[in-house]
Write a protein that binds this ligand. Structure first.
Ligand SMILES: Nc1ncnc2c1ncn2[C@@H]1O[C@H](COP(=O)(O)OP(=O)(O)OP(=O)(O)O)[C@@H](O)[C@H]1O
Ligand SMILES: [Mg+2]
Length: 416
């Protein structure tokens, strides 16, 4: 076995927080900076990662998990040299391909074609190597028609598809992947996972940041759990996932945010998420035989038809049971949204969930991207009370397997 190809030692990154100038747009702020105008006064600082040390061996796939804001993306950005560390060092031996947040690594004034060549050159590829991979990159990303269009006209989904395709096909020895599965339709996500599997089998070294525990479980040989910028647990994937999910489970049945700390995205702020039982109320112990009510309160600055507000319901070990949006189903039945405060209620019908512990993760997006994508924030504890058959106890079956326990209709089609 060769030695580590990534060696991180005491890595820390501090961001200084500056007061926003009232009424200033992002564009104005950037322009002011470019013109060298005095910067706004500092109002505090945040250590995004703190004293992080670990090593990754050649061919290892290291998963990085942790709650929103725990420093995962910052860690990858420092490793990919997109931002400098405040302290510590990171030594990397090999050609690095980084797939970070949408847009990083692309030049938006250049066309898709030009960006593929530029990224190849950054990765140290030779011209003929890039040419050999070119068609596969374009095909995988599905951007044939837009090859000669400037990247600034691409949707964020198209940018992510191209970024992933370049990273996957240009054969970097070391690959950093941040949340690629979050964007894109189900079919593209599936293809990404397939491609990730291939990359892993080729023995390349990968650091994979994800909120998707199933994906981490499937492809990572080892994992690291970041909590408020520090390593909480680093070790076998299963052990790390278990530690992470334990912290998620400790959340209660209601979560309310102060406006300043509320999860927010462009034009939307999440204020409250709560679960209660139609009969059991908010005791925290729900019955599978009652309607389970999910209340979601949010503040909207704008209302538009592609806005999707909802949640993922997951089992405590991280498997998604389902995703629900207010915009599912027939348009005429969607709840009306208004500018300002909205209290939305989703009803999980009686007789649907099995006994068990579930968690809810808020999801708000428009047709192209996430506006809010939080880790699970509340827990549902469900006792099985519906569909109980007198014959179960006879054969000593106290519970059913599975996350859901619908009582389905059976009929006899005859026989002899
Ligand atoms: N450019 C920045 N300026 C100031 N603070 C920042 C900046 N980037 C990140 N932070 C802060 O650093 C902390 C870590 O953020 P980071 O984006 O690394 O978290 P994350 O684990 O990737 O979160 P998520 O799961 O939501 O993607 C957060 O408190 C965040 O607000
Ligand atoms: Mg991140």
């Amino acid at each position: 076995m060769s030695g580590p190809v990534i060696r991180v030692n005491g890595l820390s990154k501090r961001y200084r927080l500056r007061a926003a100038t009232p009424g200033e747009t992002l564009r104005e702020a950037l322009m002011a900076r470019l013109r060298g105008r005095a910067r706004a006064p500092e109002i505090g600082e945040v250590w995004a990662i703190r004293d992080v040390s670990f090593e990754v061996g050649a061919g290892e796939v290291l998963g990085v998990v942790g709650r929103n804001g725990s420093g995962k993306s910052t860690l990858l950005k420092v490793l990919a040299r997109i931002t400098d560390p405040t302290a510590g060092s990171a030594e990397i031996i090999g050609r690095v391909g980084a797939l970070l947040e949408v847009g990083t690594g692309f030049h938006t004034e250049l066309t898709g074609r030009e960006n593929i060549h530029l990224n190849g050159a950054i990765l140290g590829m030779r011209r003929h190597e890039i040419r050999a991979a070119f068609d596969r990159i374009v095909q995988f990303a599905g951007i044939e028609k837009f090859l000669d269009t400037q990247m600034k006209h691409y949707s964020s989904g198209m940018q992510t598809r191209l970024a992933f395709s370049i990273a996957a096909h240009l054969h970097p020895e070391i690959l950093f992947v941040d949340e690629v599965l979050a964007v894109g339709d189900a079919e593209f996500q599936q293809r990404c996972m397939g491609k990730m599997g291939e990359i892993v089998r080729e023995g390349r070294t990968v650091i994979f940041v994800s909120h998707n525990m199933q994906a981490v479980r499937n492809i990572c040989t080892r994992a690291l759990y970041l909590e408020k910028g520090r390593i909480s647990v680093c070790g076998a994937t299963e052990e790390v996932i278990e530690a992470y999910l334990k912290s998620v489970r400790e959340s209660g049945h209601e979560r309310r945010w102060a406006p300043a700390e509320a999860p927010h995205g462009e034009g939307v702020r999440l204020l409250r998420l709560a679960v209660s039982g139609e009969q059991s109320g908010d005791t925290g112990q729900l019955l599978s035989g009652e309607d389970i009510l999910i209340d979601l309160e949010c503040e909207l600055e704008r209302v538009y038809s592609s806005l999707q507000i909802g949640f993922d319901l997951l089992t405590v070990d991280g498997a998604v049971v389902f995703r629900s949006y207010q915009s599912d189903g027939i348009v005429s039945e969607h709840p009306r949204l208004r500018v300002g405060n909205n209290l939305l209620r989703c009803r999980i019908p009686a007789g649907y969930l099995n006994a068990g512990r579930f968690v809810l993760a808020p999801r708000i997006g428009d047709s192209a991207r996430w506006l809010i994508r939080e880790d699970p924030v509340i827990e549902l504890r469900v006792t099985l009370t519906h569909g109980v058959s007198p014959f179960w106890s006879g054969i000593n079956v106290a519970t059913k397997p599975g996350a859901t326990a619908p009582v389905l209709r059976w009929e006899s089609l005859g026989g002899s």
